[in-house]
Design a binder for this molecule. Structure first.
Ligand SMILES: CC(C)(COP(=O)(O)OP(=O)(O)OC[C@H]1O[C@@H](n2cnc3c(N)ncnc32)[C@H](O)[C@@H]1OP(=O)(O)O)[C@@H](O)C(=O)NCCC(=O)NCCS
Length: 186
């Protein structure tokens, strides 16, 4: 009973955080109703919401239902987020197009992922932890591919179209193929 309550509380609070980060960053519609409509019209919010449901079903050992929601998410939002991926609060997908997040990926809080990003494995059809761990506050630029069981430190920025195959510490900017440090986040 305790476990059930904790999970449902956690689910509600995480969805609230997902909602609020779009709500607060809305500069288009100034009223509360306008901001709410803004969030409800945001595909990135719904794609993450669907993942929250799929992940919750997975934790409840309802893998088939989780897979169903994951596939619907792929069909409607063009994102392939594994229901097993562990994603922190307030994940932001501003363009919400062509995003792949693998099953053993771990994403911290307040991460932003732009269009065309893959958090994938280096070798396909392998087992175990084979996808990246992304620290809190990281920005992953458009088209970036982050591959393997690597770690990206908090608040770092991955440049557009980077192919990242090594771990990087916090507060760095990385770019290129293969990605190298190109600057510091001040
Ligand atoms: C990585 C990024 C944050 C760096 O921005 P910045 O701090 O202003 O860096 P600068 O433009 O001063 O560039 C610093 C160096 O990194 C290089 N660089 C910048 N972005 C790069 C990238 N994506 N890949 C490879 N090298 C890059 C620059 O050529 C420059 O090299 P130099 O010192 O040899 O001249 C930015 O270029 C980027 O890619 N942002 C993501 C934006 C995005 O995805 N937009 C899509 C919106 S839909």
């Amino acid at each position: 009973m305790m476990e059930k309550d904790e999970r449902s509380t956690n689910f509600c609070s995480i969805v609230k955080d997902d909602f609020l980060q779009y709500y607060r960053e809305n500069h288009t519609l100034k009223s509360k109703i306008g901001s709410t409509i803004y969030v409800l019209l945001e595909p990135g919010f719904w794609a993450v919401f669907n993942h929250r449901i799929a992940h919750w079903l997975f934790l409840k050992n309802l893998g088939i239902l989780a897979l169903f929601i994951m596939r619907l998410n792929k069909f409607f939002h063009n994102v392939d987020i594994s229901y097993e991926a562990k994603i922190g609060k307030a994940l932001r997908l501003p363009h919400c197009m062509d995003i792949v997040i693998g099953s053993s990926a771990i994403i911290g809080d307040n991460v932003e992922i732009l269009n065309g990003v893959t958090l994938g494995a280096v070798k396909i059809r392998t087992e175990g932890k084979r996808h990246p761990t992304i620290g809190g506050g990281v920005l992953i630029g458009a088209g970036a591919k982050v591959l393997g069981d690597i770690y990206i430190g908090n608040n770092s920025i991955i440049g557009a179209n980077a192919v990242v195959i090594d771990s990087f510490p916090e507060n760095v900017k990385v770019g290129g193929i293969p990605a190298k440090e190109i600057g510091k986040v001040l």
